[in-house]
Ligand binder design. Sequence first.
Ligand SMILES: Cc1cc2nc3c(=O)[nH]c(=O)nc-3n(C[C@H](O)[C@H](O)[C@H](O)COP(=O)(O)O)c2cc1C
Length: 344
Amino acid sequence: MKDLFTPYQLKGLSLKNRVVMPPMCQYSVFEKDGIATDWHYTHYVSRAIGGAGLIIIEMTDVEPDGRITDYDLGLWSDDQVPAIARIVEACHRYGAKVGIQIAHAGRKAEDADEPVAPSAIPFDERSKTPRALSAGEVQEMVNKFRQAVRRAVQAGVDAVELHGAHGYLIHQFHSPLTNKRTDDYGKELTKFGKEVIYAAKSEMPESMPLLMRISAAEYVEGGYGIKESIAFSKVYREAGVDLFHVSAGGEGPIAADGRPGTHAAYQVPLARAVRQALDVPVIAVGRLDEPALANSVIGNEDADLVAVGRGMLRNPYWTLEAAAALRKKIDLPKQYERGFPNFK
Ligand SMILES: Cc1cc2nc3c(=O)[nH]c(=O)nc-3n(C[C@H](O)[C@H](O)[C@H](O)COP(=O)(O)O)c2cc1C
């Protein structure tokens, strides 16, 4: 029987347990140069010492105007590689594997003078109206993703996650509500996402898995649901995605009856549906910070991995405490053994 502490293997990625730290923007690049700071180093390395199997570094953007805010991480320049490499190397030393979420905020780039998007449709009435990318610019954008992935690989990451969720650029392309283009990128809504997947894969070693985060349901009026998200995920799977990280929402103002709930495990049915329909590994995420509940998601085979976001903001040692609560013997950092007398 599998549980939260059963090791996991996907291609060349070997995890010591099934606990994932999901990407969480820290808005802590105080110099606005996209380069990770001491905050990021301390933040990620603490969770590695805290026992997480896989740490996915926050949304890291492919160009300056692809950031939500100017305080976000970037990989549009080789100068940004060493600070990420330093984090990866330290996390490895403490037994965690590291992924990084590669992204472009599209129309949700709040600090961009003129955000770009598939079509000139604002997020809401308070947001800037984005400029629609030309077909040539879309191709350049694919290349920007390629270059950012190349730099991530150079920094030593173990996996790459494409941000196809939460209403950011890839999501904006595959959603019929934000992509009204009449060219090939509008006729085939998954064309941009597919090209980004091919470009990413071309820069990654064969053994390195490509993850993709998706919003498996939209919360806006008239948004797509699980049926449509299974259909576009199938296209992305065939293009080369090895694992889906299943989230939801983020694409616009929430419809009166749009939000599926904020109760424990609220997104697990979406993860399970994608996993079953496509026979593909998935990460479940969303209020899974009770250890027994997280463990049941693995035991019931709803998902292959479980991500704990806000729970790990509260407690970097979430994984160690979950092991203690579930009475699982794991290798503790020896400096902390006396904090966990029940392991002995
Ligand atoms: C502070 C914060 C920043 C976040 N930034 C990102 C991000 O960069 N990329 C992303 O895909 N999701 C982001 N999320 C969403 C989380 O990855 C996660 O899906 C969400 O918090 C639900 O999981 P939880 O209930 O375990 O916190 C963020 C969430 C928080 C709380």
